[in-house]
Design a binder for this molecule. Structure first.
Ligand code: AMP
Length: 214
């Protein structure tokens, strides 16, 4: 069973790889970032709370994030595998995930870490644009839409995420180093971690697919 965690700093390409892998393996994509952005768009109480952290680059508190993932993982579509993207990001989240996944009999099988040099992360994040409607990713230099500012897929408006600027990115990178990086050792010790080079995104997908096919 493929119960996967995709890890890596902001801009490593987790979202891009996740979309390809879920299509390949037909498993649900659980992205806490996407879930928070959806709640923000809908203006729910969760969205209002999350926005106050996300827009400045800070992590949303563990209890809120863990509750959200617990509910999502318990749904029936996760019974035959799932891909977690952007969760866990702290040791308490990883510990909670361990007990939740045991409880529901859906334990983690693979932890994939996508490693990318910092200059490349800054270049990707600061030039990133996303479709407001469908979330498809673009880049001002190397993934341009056919018509300026318009999504090729759904015609939606292309925007810059409020947390995709240099100021918020430096807070996000600091949160990654301090709070998320220790998870690499945590999963290494459990024998679940495999590292991949994320500098070339199109090369990476076939490598991940081959690895997961085992
Ligand atoms: P992402 O789309 O994964 O880059 O997430 C965007 C933002 O959502 C992050 O910078 C955090 O503010 C918040 N977020 C996403 N996942 C988590 C998590 N597991 N724990 C805390 N905050 C999160």
């Amino acid at each position: 069973m493929l119960n996967i965690i995709l890890m890596g700093p902001p801009g490593a390409g987790k979202g891009t790889q996740a979309k390809k892998l879920i299509a390949e393996f037909n498993i649900p994509h659980i992205s806490t970032g996407d879930m928070f952005r959806e709640a923000i768009k809908e203006g729910t109480p969760l969205g209002k709370l999350a926005a106050s952290y996300i827009n400045d680059g800070h992590l949303v508190p563990d209890d809120v994030t863990i509750g959200l993932v617990k509910e999502r993982l318990s749904k029936s579509d996760c019974a035959h595998g799932y891909l977690l993207d952007g969760f866990p990001r702290t040791i308490p989240q990883a510990e909670a995930l361990e007990s939740i996944s045991k409880e529901i009999g859906r334990e983690i099988s693979h932890v994939i870490d996508i490693e990318t040099p910092k200059e490349e992360l800054v270049r990707r994040i600061c030039g990133r644009r996303v479709c407001k409607k469908c979330g498809a990713p673009y880049h001002v230099i190397n993934i341009k839409p056919k018509v300026d500012g318009v999504c090729d897929i759904c015609g939606g408006e292309l925007i810059q995420r409020p947390d995709d600027n240099e100021e918020a990115l430096s807070v996000r990178l600091e949160a990654y180093t301090k709070q998320t990086q220790p998870l690499l050792e945590y999963y290494q010790k459990k024998g679940l971690l495999t590292k991949f080079d994320g500098s070339n995104s199109s090369d990476l997908t076939p490598k991940l697919v081959a690895f997961l096919r085992g």
